[in-house]
Structures are given as C-alpha cells and as structure tokens.
Ligand binder design. Structure first.
Ligand SMILES: [Zn+2]
Length: 314
C-alpha cells in the first residue's frame, strides 16, 4: 500500500514538473538596422526601428538583432548618423546585438577569406556600441543560414568564429517572413490597405502554423518542447505586426527568453553531421543528420501563392 501511495505521489509530481516546463522562444531579428525594400528616407527607417522596439518592450521580449553594418556606411564609407542611432536604440531598449556580416554575403558563393573579412569588417560599430552599454558581441548569424555546404567548409568557419569569440546563433523556427514583408510594403505603397491587411492577417496565421510545425518536429526529435529560436527580419511588416506575433506565442503558452538562456538547453549540443547548400532550421539539420527523410518533414506550412507572386513583381 505504501508503495502504491509513493508511486502515485511520484506520478503527480512528475506531471506537475511536466506542466511546469514552460515552452520558450527567443526572438531573433535579422538584417538590422532595417530591411527597407528600396525606401531610403530616415523617417521610414526610424519608424520601423521604433515600432519594432516598442512592440518588443511592451511584451517584455529581450530580442537579439543581427546587424549588417554595411547599411550604416554611405557610398564613401562614412557612417550614416541616423542609422547608427537606430542601432543604438536596440541597446537603449535593452536588446542584444550580433554580427550578420558587413554586406550579407553568401558563404555558398564567396571565398573563405573574403567571407571572414566581411565578418571582421562588419563588427566595428556594433562592438563599440555594445561596449558602451557594458555588453559584448557574442553571436554570429550566417546570412541565408548558409553555414557551409560541406563538413570541412562548415568546420573551418566554425573554427574561425570560435577563435574570434563568436557563437553561432541557430534558428529553429525558420519561415518566409521576407516574402510577406516584400508583398506588404509593395501594396502599402500602392495604398491598397485592404490587401495589406489581408497579407498581415495571412502572415500571422502562417506564423502560427509554423509554431505548430516546429513543435511537432521538436517532439519527434527530442520527445519534448525545446526552447525555440524564431527568425524574423527588421521589416515594416514585422514592425506593424510585432504585437500580433507576440500574441500568437503567448496564446500558445510561450515564455520569451534570451539567446543566451535558450542555448543552455542540451538540445543545442546535438551534432550536425550532414551538410548541403541549403539554409534551413536547425531542427531540420538535426533531423537530416539523424537520417530522417520524406514524410518526417511533411506539413511545413507554405507561403500563399498570391504573396509569392506579389513579392516577385517589379
Ligand atoms: Zn539576413
């Protein structure tokens, strides 16, 4: 009888622990200061930055932004003051910043030495700003999530990053927010607010489907919900919809967390042994490395065709 009671108690305890293990997500935002799709006025850039940051702050999200410093220099190599100010706002709002190379070069298409120069040239302003706020540059995010098409190339870069005190920032919730963002801005310029609203609505429901998809993958690979890392871009769409994005996560019982906290989870030590030219989620990389094929990847939400078509329009 005593044994039964004890095991009953253990069962209740372990259930409580299961429920207590809350789902977590880190918001990471790429291509800072701003993805502008051709609009260069300071007002536009400032508006995107401030909307994004106030939305993050309101939801107590301590995000990390990945910087392309090339956007902060003009054609003559001089620092564009308002862009540097935009970047500094991220730190004033207590966010973190990481390196995303100077000009968003593609590791699949450039020499190793050119690529590493782009990394080092792309850290100057951000490092100085971080140190002003008593922070350090810790994370590197590969443009296009191209980490190296072969094991050897990936290892060489990983060694370079380690030697320069960088940690690779993975992504688990990958998506095509940039297609929605491009379409959204285009139709807003045409003053088609009805269509813009539809794109925004479809974007949020697509992003919620992405949560479910990667939760399913986490469960299949790890038997639990690992802390996820969301990738989005610093676009007008995300500035306008940051509140709605935060809400789909809170609605699905997520707690917002930092990159540092996320990466303490053991899942992030899972080895990657298969390489290719693809830019994909780390959950996909881990699955491919474990020999998963075909059906395992079924059900990945697709971007609606009208959004793809709009984003392709000149
Ligand atoms: Zn990028």
């Amino acid at each position: 009888m005593k044994l039964v009671k004890t095991s009953l108690l253990l069962l209740i305890l372990s259930n409580t622990l299961l429920y207590a293990q809350q789902k977590q997500v880190c918001f990471s935002i790429d291509d800072l200061p701003v993805v502008n799709y051709g609009i260069n006025t300071p007002e536009f850039h400032i508006q995107i930055t401030e909307k994004l940051l106030s939305g993050l702050k309101k939801n107590e999200i301590q995000a990390i932004g990945f910087v392309n410093e090339g956007k902060i220099y003009d054609a003559k190599g001089k620092v564009i003051f308002f862009q540097k100010e935009n970047l500094e706002k991220w730190l004033k709002y207590r966010m973190d910043l990481g390196n995303h190379t100077l000009r968003h070069k593609d590791f699949n298409n450039v020499d190793f030495s050119d690529y590493t120069v782009e990394i080092l040239k792309g850290e100057k302003i951000t490092k100085a700003l971080l140190s002003k706020y008593n922070q350090e540059m810790k994370y590197f995010r590969h443009p296009f999530l191209h980490v190296g098409a072969t094991q050897q190339r990936a290892d060489s870069l990983e060694n370079f990053l380690k030697n320069h005190k960088y940690i690779t920032a993975p992504v688990t919730i990958d998506n095509e927010d940039y297609l929605f963002a491009n379409a959204y801005q285009k139709v807003l310029i045409r003053k088609d607010s009805v269509l813009a609203h539809k794109i925004g609505k479809d974007y949020i429901s697509y992003m919620e489907q992405k949560i479910f998809y990667y939760e399913k993958m986490s469960q299949a690979l790890f038997g639990r919900q690992i802390p996820q890392i969301l990738l989005i871009h610093a676009s007008l769409l995300n500035a306008d919809y940051i509140q709605a994005l935060a809400e789909i996560y809170t609605k699905n019982e997520y707690k917002f967390t930092t990159m540092e906290q996320t990466m303490t989870d053991q899942a992030y030590e899972t080895p990657i042994t298969k390489f290719g030219r693809y830019g994909i989620s780390w959950l996909d990389r881990w699955a491919i490395s474990q020999g998963k094929t075909g059906d395992f990847f079924k059900g990945d939400p697709e971007t609606p065709q009208y959004v793809v078509d709009l984003s392709n329009q000149k």
